[in-house]
Write a protein that binds this ligand. Structure first.
Ligand code: BES
Ligand code: ZN
Ligand code: ZN
Length: 492
């Protein structure tokens, strides 16, 4: 699928269909009216009728339409003031999915005019939405969804000036997001820790990213007993993948750390059966950090970034870690493992420490860490916690520009009391109150004084229901934000 940009008369555009976004409070896009009055009149007629109200994702096919393209897909975009980058990306994704359903090959999208974002970002978001909208998790279906769309033609009144690069950016970001979604979507019998490490290494080789894979022997030698303890019950040995891009000159090195539990049964503290199948998505944090590296490689961003993916499977078994066991992490601190289902923090503890040892000067970790964050924020936003505040602010700002939502939660000193052990430096759980925040407080013990932000994506890493913009499954959350963050760190 390629992207082209065009201006001039909308009536002259040759495509299988034209997509026009229509808000619920305007009669017609003024740019459409100026360029193609007959089409604007047709849209007005439909809008005055009883059916189409312009509510978000409502759609209507209009044909025959005037001009060279006989079909129009009208997509409701809701209230103008509620149209933001996130919604716009979802709208574009919904539109291409509709277009695919009708077998369209050339799809013209009318760039809407919305305030609050510069046009380059809007164009980038459009391309991202088109690429990610066509992702399907139907990997193992006899008949897979086919993409008919060969070309997306973006129409805007001023034509192509300066827009090609923004579209290309969005395409690369979208491809990186789809890679992460695929990694997470593969079932846990296929995407085991060794296999995941291989796939990441293959991706790194293809994109000229430095890659090192630490196996079990190397991890034990490095004293990463906290991470290794999670894998003890599994037939699959743990792996840690370290990816590195050094293109940023004297820029600070950003460390991205991801939880990659390829399946989380809970271990000996086993989870109930209901919904356990979702735990194949417990590697979405690792998928996010390596996919961000893929995006940065495609974009040829001048940055210094290291990504650490901690890959383990959490299973019960005769060799599995027991509740009450004590391990010494790579930074020398001892942990009493009260609940083997709080394994993500055990993985991240050593992975964060490794990122620092490998030179990370700023840290962000991404993890499907706690059910607690999903209770607090649902699918509405990922939770973010960290210190110092200005570093958290930078991460929040990058997320905002990427159309992804994060919401900050506090790290009050009292939470540390909940982790007190009578035998070791800390326990790995702090009880039910403030579960997401005690988890973050635990992680803080492993970052020393390096600026650090922790993003808990347990409520946002996958969606349980089909929506207009994607089939249920992994969302690829945070990949866009991490790419933008790496770009912003490189210019500081
Ligand atoms: N992977 C889970 C967190 C999770 C739960 C992600 C639901 C997505 C949906 C994590 O390893 C876990 O089991 N956390 C426990 C921690 C508890 C034992 C302190 C939790 O949140 O219940
Ligand atoms: Zn768990
Ligand atoms: Zn987990």
């Amino acid at each position: 699928m390629d992207f082209v940009i065009t201006g001039g008369s909308l009536a002259e555009v040759e495509a299988d269909l034209i997509v026009v976004f229509a808000s619920d409070d305007e009669i017609a896009d003024l740019r459409v009216r100026a360029s193609h009055p007959d089409l604007a009149n047709l849209i007005d007629t439909v809008r005055k009728g009883p059916g189409f109200k312009g509510t978000p994702f409502q759609n209507d096919w209009l044909y025959p339409a005037p001009g060279k393209t006989s079909r129009v897909l009208l997509v409701g975009s809701g209230k103008s003031e509620e149209l933001d980058l996130r919604r716009f990306r979802q709208l574009v994704a919904a539109a291409v999915r509709q277009a695919r359903g009708k077998g369209a090959k050339r799809v013209c999208i009318v760039l809407p005019d919305f305030a609050g974002s510069d046009e380059a970002t809007v164009l980038e978001t459009l391309a991202d939405g088109a690429v990610t909208g066509l992702f399907e998790p139907d990997l193992y279906k006899g008949t897979r969804e086919q993409n008919s769309i060969e070309q997306v033609i973006v129409w805007r009144p001023d034509g192509a000036d300066g827009a090609t690069q923004a579209l290309e950016r969005g395409q690369y970001v979208g491809e990186a997001v789809n890679f992460g979604r695929w990694l997470a979507e593969e079932p846990a019998n296929i995407m085991t820790p060794p296999r995941a490490a291989e796939e990441i290494q293959k991706m790194a080789r293809e994109h000229d990213i430095e890659c090192e894979v630490l196996d079990e022997v190397a991890l034990r030698a490095a004293g990463m007993n906290s991470l290794v303890s999670v894998a003890e019950g599994s037939q699959w040995p743990p792996r840690v993948v370290v990816l590195r891009i050094r293109r940023g000159g004297s820029a600070k090195t950003l460390g991205l750390v991801g939880k990659g539990v390829t399946f989380d049964t809970g271990g000996i503290s086993i989870k109930p059966a209901a919904d356990m199948h979702y735990m194949k998505y417990d590697m979405c944090g690792a998928a996010a950090v390596v996919s961000a590296m893929l995006g940065l490689a495609k974009l040829a961003t001048a940055c210094n970034v290291i990504a650490v993916a901690g890959l383990v499977e959490n299973m019960p078994g005769s060799k599995a870690t027991r509740p009450g066991d004590v391990v010494r992490a790579a930074n020398g601190k001892t942990i009493e493992i009260i609940n083997t289902d709080a394994e993500g923090r055990l993985v991240l503890a050593d992975a964060l420490d490794l990122a620092r040892k490998r030179g990370a000067e700023r840290l962000v970790d991404v993890a499907t860490l706690t059910g607690s964050i999903a209770i607090a924020l649902g699918a509405g936003a990922a939770g973010i916690m960290g210190v110092p505040q200005d570093w958290v602010d930078s991460v929040v700002a990058s997320a905002g520009l990427s159309g992804e939502r994060v919401w900050q939660m506090p790290l009050y000193p009292e939470y540390k009391d909940q982790l007190k052990s009578n035998i070791a430096d800390m326990m790995n759980v702090g009880g039910r109150p403030a579960g997401a925040l005690t988890a973050a407080t635990f992680l803080r013990e492993f970052v020393d004084d390096t600026p650090w932000a922790h993003i808990d994506i347990a409520g946002t890493a996958w969606q349980e229901k089909d929506s207009a913009w994607q089939t249920r499954g992994s969302t690829g959350i945070m990949i866009r934000s991490l790419i933008r963050l790496a770009e912003s760190v490189s210019v500081q």
